[in-house]
Design a binder for this molecule. Structure first.
Ligand code: G6P
Length: 610
């Protein structure tokens, strides 16, 4: 989704800004732009529809020189992807880049038009530029004009504003969309994601909600929502944060699929000893809240939501705690009842998903006993605003289609569930020890699963010319089927649906014919016999079956059925094991179809608008 990079530097900043935009490309966008103050009072702008590389070419043809500049990748919300709608937006000597959505833009637009401002785009952002230009002449400073302007804005924003007449400073504001300041030596930077600035600094300050900051080459002054000067902590980027290269793989997604054994090992590191599960990064208070919870409410979006669906089966069957899972965008607009002693768990790779954050804020106000976030990005809004957090430690995930974030969330959720189950005496020491042994072997097991990659590659052509696909599973493998369908549709653009296999005859069976591949996740468990009946229902209608199962499930390939055999494993680990071939399948099909695997059309990595 939209990305921001800005600089007040002593050297020409255009290259730094473009490199920053490249590093944000993974978030998904459809146009890009840059404004640099070349001389006091004179700012120049390039904007392009399409990739950052096109903007880089425009810049190479007509370089921009100057140390103060702002740049942006736009993911269209108000107005089509076009040069006129791309940021930065200018009004007189003011230039603005903005992430988020201004909800009262229509009313402000009318007001500003009545005052004679001429709008050249369809965006909500252009109102910010005109509003600040309108307020600036009566204000003491650009900062004051921004403070007055944001008081008029409804909605979400992370923004950077510059005044070409005073190129020594930029002003940033944050409400609902992240902004991080990168600290340099005699120069400072701003971005919507620290990844953009790692080539120039590893020292960062995250703005809090409602903060406005004035930034020049040497100083940073931060004001809180009430306008009082405030200090925000400086944080150092960890060594592992900058993994933005493909490491010999064709796509980030492929790399991230193959990183899962290591990522899951990182998730588990220090949280297991030889016999026990411990989550020592949780404070005693947090552990107390977790163990006291009589109900768990999980909130998330996208792939993270699917991890929550798996956890619901686990919390109820293993730990004996009731658990609901809801999509954040539904939860936040619903009158919900908070059960007594309910713990809220938010799941998010990025920690910046607008709906998940809004749901967290709402839930805190509605009286959940505590909010725990399970997240992959340290310092993200979700982490900072939750009472407690657990990091998945998957490392940077760049591919829009989430892979290692999902399996690491599952690994961490499994630890949580086990901790609760042990506390409730639903897991004997011997059972715990057995699970711990299996968890120690999990990274190795995932490596073994990935070794079947060539087998999946061989199957992919069967899917590439299909328009639809159906995924079936039962129990905790139903959400794995949902996640598998999501992967396939996200990156191969094949319409894919997942059904709980028992629902087959209530509708989807009508779709089954030889053109509809049916993928079944069929480990040998207590539901296998039920699933076998569903498989027969498909077979009887001429459906092409692809069954993923372990050997003891007893499937044999024949004309209508291709069986992919996966290693035997502990039942609790099986959801992770069965996820990997699904990711590989989606990836291989997308490769054949020639789609933009890492940045599928219309999608964004981090959905910072609702
Ligand atoms: C977007 C991404 C998905 C992700 C979802 C939730 O749709 O493309 O991959 O699962 O957002 O994101 P989160 O960062 O909250 O897990």
């Amino acid at each position: 989704m939209c990305g921001i990079v800005a600089a007040v530097a002593q050297r020409d900043c255009a290259e730094i800004l473009i490199e920053g935009l490249r590093r944000l490309e993974y978030r998904g966008y459809d146009s890009a732009g840059i404004t640099v103050v070349e001389r006091a009072g004179e700012m120049c702008r390039h904007r392009q529809v399409g990739k950052v590389e096109m903007l880089a070419s425009a810049l190479a043809a007509a370089p921009l020189h100057g140390g103060t500049g702002i740049a942006h990748t736009r993911w269209a919300t108000h107005g089509e992807p076009s040069e006129a709608n791309a940021h930065p937006h200018h009004s007189s000597h003011i230039a603005v880049v903005h992430n988020g959505i201004i909800e009262n833009h229509e009313q402000l637009r009318e007001e500003l038009q009545a005052k004679g401002y001429h709008f050249v785009s369809q965006t909500d952002t252009e109102v910010i530029a005109h509003l600040i230009a309108d307020l600036h002449p009566q204000s003491d400073s650009l900062t004051q004009a921004v403070q007055q302007a944001v008081a008029r804005l409804q909605g979400a924003y992370g923004m950077v504003v510059l005044d070409a007449k005073n190129p020594d400073e930029i002003v940033v504001a944050r409400s609902g969309s992240p902004i991080v300041i990168g600290l340099g030596l005699g120069e400072n930077f701003v971005a919507s994601d620290q990844l953009a600035l790692l080539p120039v600094t590893r020292r960062f300050i995250y703005l809090e909600e409602g903060d406005i900051a004035t930034i020049n080459r040497r100083d940073i002054t931060i004001y809180d929502q009430q306008g009082a000067v405030i200090t925000r902590d400086e944080v150092e980027a960890s060594g592992q944060t900058d993994s933005a290269d493909k490491g010999g793989f064709r796509h980030y997604m492929e790399k991230e699929i193959h990183e899962q054994p290591e990522a899951v090992a990182n998730t588990l590191a220090g949280r297991l000893d030889a016999n026990h599960i411990g989550l020592d990064t949780l404070s005693p208070d947090a552990k107390k809240a977790l163990l006291a919870a009589e109900h768990i409410q999980i909130i998330a979006c996208g792939t993270s939501y699917n991890a929550g669906l798996v956890a619901r089966y686990w919390f109820e069957s293993i730990a004996g705690v009731s658990c609901d899972v809801e999509i954040a965008s539904e939860f936040r607009y619903r009158d919900f009842v908070v059960r007594p002693n309910s713990l809220l768990i938010t799941l998010s790779q990025s920690g910046e998903t607008a709906d998940t954050l809004a749901a967290l804020r709402l839930a805190k106000a509605k009286g959940y006993m505590a909010a725990l976030s399970i997240c992959n990005v340290p310092g993200s809004s979700l982490v900072r605003e939750s009472d407690m957090h657990l990091m998945t430690r998957a490392g940077a995930e760049i591919g829009v289609a989430s892979t290692k974030a999902f399996t690491t969330q599952l690994a961490l959720l499994l630890l949580l569930v086990t901790l609760v189950a042990r506390d409730k005496a639903r897991l004997s020491p011997a059972q715990e020890q057995q699970l711990v042994e299996q968890l120690h072997r999990l990274p190795e097991l995932l490596k073994q699963v990935l070794a079947i990659a060539p087998q999946i590659t061989a199957l992919a052509p069967d899917f590439a010319d299909k328009h639809h696909a159906l995924f079936l599973g039962r129990g905790e493998f139903y959400p794995i089927a949902v996640e598998a369908a999501l992967k396939l549709k996200e990156i191969s653009y094949i319409h894919a649906e997942a059904y709980a296999a028992g629902e087959l005859k209530h509708g989807p069976l009508a779709l089954v014919d030889s053109d509809m591949p049916v993928i079944v996740i069929a480990p040998n468990n207590e539901l296998l016999e039920k699933l076998k009946s569903n498989i027969e229902e498909v077979r009887a209608r001429g459906g092409q079956l692809y069954v993923f199962a372990n050997e003891s499930a007893g499937f044999v390939s024949d004309e209508g059925m291709t069986v992919v055999t996966l290693p035997d494993c502990d039942a609790m680990l099986a959801p992770l094991v069965y996820t990997l071939p699904m990711q590989l399948l989606a990836y291989d099909v997308a490769l054949i179809k020639g789609t933009d695997v890492d940045q599928p059309r219309n999608l964004a990595k981090s959905v910072t608008v609702e």
